[in-house]
Design a protein. Structure first.
Length: 285
């Protein structure tokens, strides 16, 4: 694949996308996992799919949408869905987790309708569900990099506030922190990251890339900053390694990326078990 990078532009786009997504998904995933909102990625990814399928559906009848990158509509719908999730959380104060299956169901229903009404999309459905190496375009790269820069700046500027809000939301509200504004900002960033990650990982697997590297990092790190660092390292290994293997094997990259992430988690847990066993042996001596 390395030699082909200089020959095929779509490979360069895919490599850049994987590199950037491998950084942003675990970065935002660290905050998602700590806030116990891991399933939010599934809800927003299904709404993103609804937006993409809606854009492709409109493209069959309206010239403007025929030339429009469907990821733009998917991103917009994902952001609106994030705001909808926040509204639903307020309506179900004591059952806030209900907001996720409600939004996920809406996304799946809308996607099924627009796909069934289609006379044939310009992209294969498996590309939307499991990602694709060849699906990443130059306009996708512009959007993906822009989202990554925005995500990094938001985390950098509001790191302490988001950390406080993630670990103790009630105390953050009592202390006078603008929790509502910060939560909306966080949900906005999460929606953007999930939407742009779909090109490489796909709708059904994007939540795995956000949570699995973090799950592996949590097994041995002792601070939140270490968790973020190792999550990003694991995310990059999974995305770049998965992209290379997917190209060589001619399969959808999403599945390979997720399997590598699962393998990393399994390896970390196995190593943790071995280290714990050795520590007990030393103590017995």
């Amino acid at each position: 694949m390395i030699t082909d990078l200089w020959t095929y532009s779509f490979l360069r786009y895919a490599f850049i996308a994987a590199l950037v997504i491998g950084f942003t998904a675990p970065l935002i995933g660290s905050f998602i996992v700590v806030r116990r909102m891991s399933l939010i990625a599934d809800a927003l990814s299904h709404m993103t799919l609804a937006g993409i399928s809606f854009s492709l559906f409109l493209g069959q009848y309206i010239a403007l949408f025929a030339d429009l990158n469907p990821l733009y509509m998917g991103t917009l719908i994902s952001v609106l869905a994030a705001l909808g999730l926040n509204w639903l959380r307020g309506k179900y104060v004591h059952f806030q987790e209900l907001s996720i299956p409600i939004m996920m169901s809406a996304g799946m229903g809308l996607s099924a309708i627009f796909i069934s009404l289609s006379r044939g999309f310009s992209v294969d459905l498996s590309t939307l569900l499991f990602g694709s190496i060849s699906a990443v375009s130059q306009s996708d790269i512009t959007l993906i990099v822009s989202v990554a820069v925005l995500t990094f700046l938001v985390i950098l500027i509001f790191y302490k506030q988001l950390l406080f809000l993630s670990f103790d939301e009630e105390q953050a509200k009592v202390s006078g922190l603008p929790s509502t504004m910060l939560h909306l900002l966080f949900m906005f960033i999460v929606a953007l990251v999930i939407a742009v990650s779909m090109r490489i990982v796909g709708t059904l697997l994007v939540s795995s890339l956000i949570t699995l590297p973090v799950a592996a990092a949590l097994r041995f790190t002792s601070s939140f900053k270490q968790t973020i660092l190792w999550s990003i390292i694991f995310g990059e290994v999974a995305t770049i390694g998965g992209l290379v293997l997917a190209y060589d094997l001619d399969v959808a990259p999403g599945g390979v990326i997720v399997l590598i992430a699962v393998g990393i988690l399994a390896a970390v847990m196995a190593l943790e078990k071995v280290m714990s066993f050795k520590k007990k042996e030393v103590q017995h001596e």
